[in-house]
Structures are given as C-alpha cells and as structure tokens.
Design a protein around this ligand. Structure first.
Ligand SMILES: Cc1cc2nc3c(=O)[nH]c(=O)nc-3n(C[C@H](O)[C@H](O)[C@H](O)COP(=O)(O)OP(=O)(O)OC[C@H]3O[C@@H](n4cnc5c(N)ncnc54)[C@H](O)[C@@H]3O)c2cc1C
Length: 471
C-alpha cells in the first residue's frame, strides 16, 4: 500500500492498480463502459478515463492512490443521482461504489451498517424486515451516499430528522488512501463534517445508521385546478405550519396525468397536488389528514393505507434514469400570496409535461437538532421549493433550464437564503460558501485542509482546503 506514496510514473501506477485492485476495471474499450459511466441525468454524457468498480474499502484506497500517482482527477459515484452529475467527469477516474451495497441490521440496537454504494431501497429492504427504517429520501433508487453526506430530506424528516442526523459512525477512505473509522470518539470532527458537508472529506465505504420504528402509512392526495390554488395553498400553509411531527404534507404543481382517479377535465393541464402522510397510529390517519382538504374542496382525492416500502417507491417512476434534468432549489421564509402567485406563473409556463415544482413545509425534528451538531446548514428554514425541469429532447435543453432558473429567481423576495447542497446545479462562484454560511464554511475548509489538503476529492460541491486553517 505504500509503494505509491512518492511520485511514480503512470506505468508503475497502472501496474500497482492491476496488481492490487480486486474489482472490475472498465475503460473506454470495454463493452460495459457506456452502461457504467451513465448517470441518472442524461445531461451529463461524460467519458471517464477509467471506472474502478470497487468491491471493498481496500479497492477504494487502491483506486485513490492510483489516481493520485497517475495525476488523474477523481470522481465518486454512489447512486449516480446527483443532478449536477458530479459522479462522472471526462478523463477522470470514477471510483464507482455501486457494487458495495450490503446492509447488516442489528434490530436489538436499532442500527444498520450500510455499504457506501447502497441505494435507499437496499437499506429499506434490509431494515423493514425488522419494521425499522432509517429516514431518507423519497425516491428509492437514489444513492444513500450522496444523500446522507449532503443531508437527506424525506417523509420522516419532520418526525425524526435528516438522514445525516442518523449517521452514528462511518468507515472512511481518506484522500491519501488511509482507511479510518469516524465516530464520536475517533475523528469526531470528521464525523461532524460528514453530516452535511457533502463528499468533500473522504469516501465513505460504510455508514452506521440509527434506525427508527415504522408502521403502515395513511396517505391522502388531492388535485386542484389552477384557479383554486390560492385557496388550497392558503389552507396548506395554515395546516402544515400547525401539524404535529407524525404528519408530513407536501405540495406539487405539475401537469395532471391520466391516472384513473384524476378527473378528465384536469388531465394535461397544470394542477396542484397536495399530499398528507400520517406516520402515527393507523386508525387515527383519516382524522389527521382530512383537515388539509377540508376548506378548499379538491376536484378529486385518493386516500389509502400503504406500507412504508410502497410509500418509498411512489416517486420512482416519475423521475427515471436517462431523461434530461435541470433543477433549481431554494428555501422560502413563507408561502405568502405573492409567492403563490409566482409559483402559479411558473406552473402556467411549464415547458414539459414531465416537469414539476415541489414545495413543502419543513421544521419539526429537522430544527430540533442543535445547529452545532452537524455541518448541515439552515435547519430552521421553513419551506423548501424545488423547480425541477425534466424532458427528453436535447434541443429543448435551454428552454427547460431557463424555466427552472426563472422559477426560483422569481421567488427572490421570499427566499430564506442558502439552498440545499444536494440540489445545487450550474451555480455562480461562491455559492457553496453562501450555502454553508461563513462560520460553517470556514470550519469545513479547515477540516478539508486536515483530511484532503491537495483537494483530491474535488468532484463535488467543492470546499477547497483552507490556506490558513484555524480549527
Ligand atoms: C430522483 C431524485 C430524488 C431525490 N430525492 C431526494 C430526497 O427525497 N431527499 C433528498 O435529500 N435528496 C434527494 N435527492 C437529491 C440527492 O440527495 C442527491 O442527488 C445526492 O447527491 C444523490 O446521491 P447519489 O449517491 O445517488 O449521487 P452520486 O451522483 O452518485 O454522488 C453525488 C456525490 O456525492 C458524493 N458521494 C456519493 N456517495 C459517496 C460516498 N459513499 N462517499 C463519499 N462521497 C460520496 C460524491 O461527491 C458524488 O460526487 C434526489 C435526487 C434525485 C435525482
């Protein structure tokens, strides 16, 4: 493991790699190349020099040491879902974690150890066998790695907190190839940074996660024509801000589809979908979700009890691999009439039937975690709004990106500041610093200086190492 610590020629780096690396190595000439270089967002059609399909932490270490010795840039692929496509870069070594997808559950301790390339559904499948779950995102083919390291919002965030709040420990391959375990006792500052600091500080090959009990979910969705949006969202605002932690209510503006429960007159038109999910006692569900829909009567509503696994798969088909995506996201202070009018304007101007404006009230347990306990910023943000353009035709790239960009720009008067790091795409210089805020950014840059002084892990929402770290 030490023969590459000094600069060596690319030839000996290659020999080192071939000798030590256990998993498949895939290059441009290989049949699997196009499949394994592809990421979720087809906007990022990039050609890495080599894809190292790691089968262990030692493989990750070998691939990192090889890339450094050979003078090649590195990217890290978890689930490949990042909208900015940070998992893949032209000419780089892609450290592909997707074969590292095992999960061990300790039901007694209510913890799971999940390898760094797991998808959310890998973790759910293992933990739900014990009626336990780690709160995570809402689309089951998202990667646990990127989601956890950037934060992790989902259905249970108001009840239990973010995914990164459930990170108890992590096995990490540092930029120099060293493998460490970050816990509350060892490398505690690194663990702090992994809870929200993104992929800057190391490559996590195993996440130790706290689990929570979960049962059936009462789920109700309703659809409203655009004309009824002001009244329906006034009710949403009142309801969502008063809800207890067992409830989570979301809103989406998009073109109504052709599902049987959607009235024919709304199909193909921009419409509002409100959803309330209840995570308390099953029998109490209807009593708690119904008030969301009581004041502004919806055109149609569908209500059902489902398993948590079904809930987690609900969003899967709507955001498939291989389409083109552009996302802009912001936090909002409030859902005022003015903000609602702007959201409706974006809904009217939607460019693609696949696009969507999602927004929801956050708070609950997210804001209960003391701010200094993690690198995750802006826990107290009231609302998040994400304007996601999705389309298939490359010639429509510009108009869809412009629609998404304008969708958040026109919300400027109500923006809370910052943004969710995992939704950043095509940003201005300095945006990452703004997202974290000065003190947090400085602390992360100091950590970066300690754990990755040469910025080997730069294929991310990058925090360069501090020149003169104080921490
Ligand atoms: C359809 C869809 C739904 C989503 N839903 C949600 C949601 O409900 N809640 C939410 O919070 N977010 C959500 N997201 C955003 C998601 O959190 C980010 O896209 C995240 O980056 C995905 O992680 P990944 O591992 O799949 O991504 P990748 O593209 O594989 O990785 C992104 C970056 O994360 C880092 N990374 C990934 N794995 C590791 C690792 N093991 N060690 C070190 N660094 C690593 C690397 O820097 C990498 O460049 C969603 C995204 C999509 C596309």
């Amino acid at each position: 493991m030490t023969d590459l610590l000094d600069p060596v020629s690319r030839d000996s780096a290659e020999r080192y790699l071939r000798h030590h690396f256990q998993g498949p190595l895939v290059g441009p000439g290989d049949a699997a190349y196009d499949e394994v270089r592809a990421v979720w967002n087809a906007m990022h059609d990039r050609r890495p020099r080599l894809i190292a399909r790691c089968t262990s932490a030692a493989d990750v270490s070998t691939a990192l040491r090889y890339a450094t010795a050979a003078g090649l840039a590195v990217t890290v692929r978890g689930g490949g879902h990042n909208v900015a496509g940070t998992a893949v870069a032209d000419g780089a070594v892609m450290i592909d974690l997707s074969l590292l997808n095992e999960v061990d559950v300790d039901p007694g301790a209510q913890t799971a150890r999940a390898q760094g390339g797991c998808l959310l559904r890998d973790v759910d499948a293992a933990t739900l066998a014990h009626d336990l779950v780690c709160p995570s995102g809402v689309v089951s083919h998202t990667g646990l790695g990127g989601l956890t390291l950037g934060g992790g919002y989902g259905w249970l965030a108001r009840k239990w907190g973010l995914t990164c709040d459930h990170l108890l420990a992590a096995e990490v391959v540092l930029a120099d190839g060293t493998i460490v375990e970050a816990t509350e006792d060892e490398h505690a500052e690194l663990l702090w940074g992994l809870r929200g600091g993104g992929g800057n500080l190391g490559i996590v090959t195993r996440f130790t996660l706290r689990l929570r009990p979960v049962g059936p979910v009462h789920h109700q969705t309703a659809v409203y024509p655009l004309a009824d949006v002001p009244a329906a969202l006034a009710r949403y605002r009142e309801f969502a801000e008063a809800q207890g932690p067992d409830l989570h209510a979301t809103a989406a503006l998009k073109q109504a589809g052709h599902q049987p429960w959607i009235p024919e007159r709304l199909r193909g038109l921009p419409a509002l979908f409100l959803t309330a999910a209840w995570f308390g006692d099953e029998a109490d569900g209807p009593r708690h979700t119904a008030p969301l829909f009581a004041t502004a009567a919806p055109d149609a509503t569908v209500s059902r009890v489902m398993s948590y696994a079904q809930l987690q798969a609900l969003g899967d088909h709507g955001e498939p691999h291989g389409n083109r995506y552009f996302t802009k996201s912001c936090y909002l202070t409030d859902l005022t009439d003015g903000a609602v009018a702007q959201l409706m304007e974006s809904a009217r101007e939607i460019r693609s039937p696949l696009s969507c404006i999602d927004f929801e009230y956050l708070r609950g347990a997210i804001g209960d975690v003391p701010d200094e306990e993690s690198a995750f910023p802006r826990r107290d943000a009231p609302y998040i709004c994400t304007v996601s353009a999705q389309w298939t035709d490359e010639s429509a790239d510009d108009e869809n990106a412009a629609w998404s960009r304008q969708g958040t720009e026109r919300l400027a008067p109500w923006q809370y500041g910052g943004a969710y790091v995992n939704y950043l795409q095509d940003e201005q210089p300095g945006r990452v610093a703004e997202v974290y805020g000065a003190a947090r950014y400085e602390r992360l840059a100091a950590l970066k200086h300690r754990y990755d002084p040469d910025n080997v892990l730069a294929g991310n929402q990058n925090i360069p190492p501090a020149a003169h770290p104080h921490v």
